[in-house]
Design a protein around this ligand. Structure first.
Ligand code: HDD
Length: 728
């Protein structure tokens, strides 16, 4: 007899949410196959026929059920953020924040709040590449004891548009073009840049989008931002403005654009795999929750409007206080049930967290529930296990497609006398949500505040705050994207717009495009002018930011002190020196890195000491772009094989091109000599040179290992990039 079992084999972290989800988990281990009605199936190989060669009978309910279910397996993908990866975790606040907010989960360091996180690209379809140049969505659902709180942010702190009414236009422009549905998961096409060229308000966001933030090394190495200004409200009803941040403990790191494009071919699931593997291996991704707090009375003290979602508050003006930590510690059991069906909404808040009048946020407050109605098929999507709060739900909402709850009793209205007026409203002191009592005294008007009209000063601030290599990458990214635009008119209009942010930036891009920067007066390129308005009233204002630089905006200043979870390739072949390979491997693994031995073929290699070493990947299945660094150990025969192996030399050339750390044992020098970059290497290998160039050859094993670890922690040696135009 098959054994009944619903137990998981591996212990999973326990939380209220995990326990709740467990009730819905089905595990077929040791079970008989049944129909959806629970009938045991005897033959799942053949349909019921009139004779062996006969027609299939309509009577075959088993066939009908199976095919019908299959025919209905798909639901609409998200209109934006269709491609995403999810994980479970926990959040804990460091210290009581009750001076700022009455949200329970932020007031008690003993409370561990379960979370589900979904990180996504925006433009591509569900099956598109992870490495698209794109904004990343960063959505966190906190299952608190006061209901669900969703922080639905991005990995960039600002947005393209200032008013939600423009969102459908923005998305239509960036999505594949409607006549031929090209290109997939890319903004590098005419309609996107056509739209942007008429939207001066996008000037700041496109600097972020063209920066390396749009091609993260890992979803675990990205910042997150709530983008809008929200409110925190304490038990006394005092409100503070707040910007939410997620700060990754591994730092903020990106790949090179050339590398991103190659990864898209070699492993389009690169980010999803990386997140999954990190969690499976116990290297749990961690972020600190940061808040920038602005008292109500300081609302107008900045040279931008706090309600404008195209502006950030520079960290140098208002420091980010790190108030808690989120750890992702469990992969989903089922992608569709959890990651696909999770429904986020900026309007899911708890007492102590409230909105501002940011016009983008206000529009979002409508959009998210509305979209779930079509995507998840009706008003009961909150009953899908991943969406359920961990606290009970009681109200008079009833019925609708796929209702799960069996509401007992006669009443589904209030007030009622039949059922003691249950469910009852909760007083504020008992946790009832009360909106912040903001005073609004206004005329009804379709308009935009003049305080939203400075579109360039923060775009400039961002560009000026970047390191030299980061600036180059931005110029290259614009040159690539506009280079893919077919219409010269659009290219020129974009150059005209960029010229208002930074003339040098515009002229460098113009050079790559073989164009001149046109001088276009701003009113002529602002498409956001209502029909009856005077365009002069909509002309952007040119102001200078009080800050000339904000170091927090540059990834060059991020954390660079760990090799944890980095992937390192060791190239080897038969005859490798076992000690040279394994002692380096041990040091790297000790530092928390994952090490793969890559050889001409899978199986095992035999070292010069006749020791068998297992091979993780062959040159056919591996590629340099999937690793952070590469090491070549000694061993005469191994070195000779690699030197003659084009794929090994290509591996090193690409690693060099993408500015990665490269180390070889002194005996493996010959392999380096076969690379195109060997002649560029400096002759003297003192530590300073190594840390500048990122290529290391050494005889002293201890020194080699220590320096290699330091090099990998640096992430990349972007200064090498003058060698970008090489044949790798
Ligand atoms: Fe949005 C999804 C983030 C503006 C309408 N958005 C979505 C997701 C993220 C964001 C992370 C994916 C959630 C998930 O993983 O399921 N969106 C943002 C940010 C914005 C923003 C940070 C600006 C600050 N969004 C925005 C506007 C509108 C929408 C202005 C409409 C007026 N967003 C949606 C949506 C989506 C969505 C159509 C698609 C799927 C979904 O909601 O659940 O409703």
């Amino acid at each position: 007899m098959a054994k009944q079992t619903n137990k998981k084999e591996t212990p999973k972290p326990i939380s209220d949410k995990a326990t709740q989800l467990e009730q819905h988990v089905a595990d077929s281990t040791g079970q008989y196959m049944t129909t959806d009605q629970g009938l045991k199936i005897n033959d799942d190989q053949n349909s019921l026929k009139a004779g062996e060669r006969g027609a299939t009978l309509l009577e075959d309910f088993i066939l009908r059920e199976k095919i019908t279910h299959f025919d209905h397996e798909r639901i609409p993908e998200r209109v934006v953020h269709a491609r995403g990866s999810g994980a479970h975790g926990i959040f804990k606040v460091y210290e009581d924040q009750s001076a700022l907010t009455k949200a329970h989960f932020l007031c008690n360091p003993d409370i561990e709040t379960p979370v589900f996180v979904r990180i996504s690209t925006v433009a591509g379809s569900r099956g598109s590449t992870d490495l698209a140049r794109d904004v990343r969505g960063f959505a966190v659902k906190f299952y608190t004891q006061e209901g669900n709180f969703d922080l639905v942010g991005n990995n960039m702190p600002v947005f393209f548009i200032q008013d939600a009414i423009k969102f459908p236009d923005l998305v239509h422009a960036v999505k594949p073009e409607p006549d031929n549905e090209m290109p997939q998961a890319a903004s590098a096409h005419d309609t996107f840049w056509d739209f942007i060229s008429f939207m001066p308000e996008a000037s700041h966001m496109i600097m972020w989008q063209m920066s390396d933030r749009a091609i993260p090394r890992s979803l675990r190495m990205m910042e997150g931002f709530g983008v809008h200004t929200f409110r925190l409200v304490n038990a006394e009803g005092v409100s503070h403005f707040v910007k939410f941040h997620w700060k990754p403990l591994l730092g903020v790191h990106s790949v090179a654009w050339d590398e991103a494009q190659a990864i898209s071919g070699k492993d389009p699931d690169f980010h999803r795999r990386d997140l999954w593997e990190a969690i499976e291996s116990g290297a749990f991704p961690e972020w600190e929750l940061g808040v920038q707090i602005v008292p109500e009375e300081d609302e107008f003290k900045f040279d931008f409007d706090l309600l404008d979602p195209t502006k950030l508050i520079p960290e140098e003006l208002v420091p980010v206080q790190r108030i808690g930590k989120m750890t992702l510690n469990r992969n989903p059991d089922n992608f569709f049930a959890e990651t696909e069906q999770v429904a986020f909404h900026v309007g899911h808040v708890v007492p102590g967290i409230d909105f501002t009048n940011d016009p983008l946020l206000q529009g979002r407050l409508f959009s998210y529930t509305d979209t779930q109605l079509i995507r998840l098929g009706g008003p009961n999507f909150h009953e899908i296990p991943i969406n359920r709060p961990v606290v009970p739900v009681h109200n008079n909402q009833r019925d609708g497609f796929m209702r799960q709850t069996i509401n007992r009793g006669k009443t589904s209205y209030g007030p009622n006398g039949i059922a003691n007026n249950d469910p009852q409203q909760a007083k504020a002191k008992d946790g009832g949500f009360v909106s912040y009592n903001e005073r609004i005294d206004a005329r009804k008007i379709r308009a935009r505040s003049r305080s939203f009209f400075d579109h360039f000063s923060q775009a400039k601030l961002f560009f000026n705050s970047q390191s030299e290599p980061e600036k180059n990458h931005i110029i290259d990214a614009f040159s690539f994207e506009l280079g893919k635009v077919k219409s010269v008119e659009i290219r020129e209009r974009m150059l005209g717009l960029l010229n208002h942010t930074d003339p040098k930036l515009a002229s460098e891009i113009a050079f790559a495009l073989g164009l001149h920067v046109p001088k276009i007066p701003l009113p002529e390129m602002n498409g956001s002018v209502p029909a009856d308005a005077d365009p002069a009233d909509y002309t952007p204002v040119q102001t200078e930011s009080k800050l000339t630089e904000s170091p927090a905006l540059s990834m060059a200043n991020t954390i660079k002190d760990t090799i944890k979870t980095r992937k390192i390739a060791i190239l080897a072949a038969d005859g490798v020196n076992e000690k040279s390979l394994n002692s380096m491997k041990a040091v790297l693994v000790d530092g928390g890195a994952t090490v793969h031995v890559i050889a001409p073929k899978l199986g095992e290699i035999i070292s010069e000491e006749s020791i068998k070493i297992s091979v993780d990947e062959s040159f056919l299945t591996a590629a340099s772009v999937l690793y952070d660094a590469v090491y070549v150990p000694g061993g005469k025969n191994s070195v000779a094989t690699l030197e003659a192996e084009e794929n090994a030399v290509h591996f090193l050339n690409q690693a060099f091109k993408h500015c990665k750390a490269i180390a070889t044992h002194e005996d493996a020098m010959q392999v380096l000599e076969s690379t195109y970059f060997f002649k560029k290497l400096p002759k003297n290998y003192d530590e300073e040179t190594v840390m500048r160039e990122g290529v290391l050859v050494g005889a002293d094993e201890k020194k080699l290992q220590n320096l290699f670890v330091k090099m990998i922690a640096q992430h990349r040696f972007w200064e090498r990039e003058n060698a970008r135009k090489i044949p790798a």
